[in-house]
Design a protein around this ligand. Structure first.
Ligand SMILES: [Zn+2]
Length: 192
């Protein structure tokens, strides 16, 4: 449970990292961060969080996943914290892999716009490998199998199949990096 994930926002409320409950509590305890209530957006220091989000240790646990048992108290674990001072955005590398390309492109064919489902999608090299095209964020897009076949070993220009969007490396905070285990509340803190 202490390994559950906590979303870290910088001072401007831009998501910049994911940490553990343990580290999150530690940052709040040391006054480096506040806990953000995921629905009301209220900010709490450790004490004010306890005031509304703690129960006696012998109380029945409402949801074991979300409560931390200490010697004296059950404390609701935070889902989001905001840093008090740091306002930068650290450079974070989003792993380049098939899954993240699918996520970046919204599981949508970048040529015809179809969303036929994963089984009928593929990764297309915009500039074909046979013409020196490389495998990276800028040269790989999601294409439906039909478009990929039709395009063949041609560039979009040669095939007269323009791309819907210019492919590029997504920002870490676009949400692509969060994975499926992210609490639903996180989406409120992520653009788009
Ligand atoms: Zn298509």
């Amino acid at each position: 449970m202490l390994d559950r994930s906590v979303l870290v926002l910088n001072k401007s409320w831009t998501p910049i990292a994911i940490t553990t409950v343990k580290r999150g509590f530690s940052l709040v305890f040391q006054d480096h961060a506040h806990i953000v209530h995921p629905e009301t957006y209220e900010m709490h220091d450790f004490e004010s969080w306890l005031a509304g989000n703690a129960l006696p240790a012998d109380a029945p646990i409402p949801d074991a996943e979300l409560w931390l048992r200490t010697t004296n108290l059950l404390i609701k674990v935070p889902e989001v914290i905001v840093l008090g001072r740091f306002n930068g955005v650290p450079r974070r590398e989003l792993a380049f892999n098939r899954r993240n390309v699918y996520r970046r492109d919204g599981f949508q064919c970048q040529y015809c716009g179809a969303k036929p489902g994963l089984k009928h999608l593929s990764i297309d090299h915009v500039n074909p490998v046979s013409k020196g095209g490389v495998t990276n964020w800028e040269n790989c897009v999601v294409a439906c199998v039909r478009c990929n076949t039709r395009k063949g070993n041609r560039t979009p220009e040669q095939a007269a199949m323009p791309l819907r969007t210019e492919p590029g490396k997504p920002n870490w905070s676009d949400g692509v990096g969060f994975g499926e285990r992210a609490p639903a509340s996180w989406t409120r803190f992520v653009k788009g």
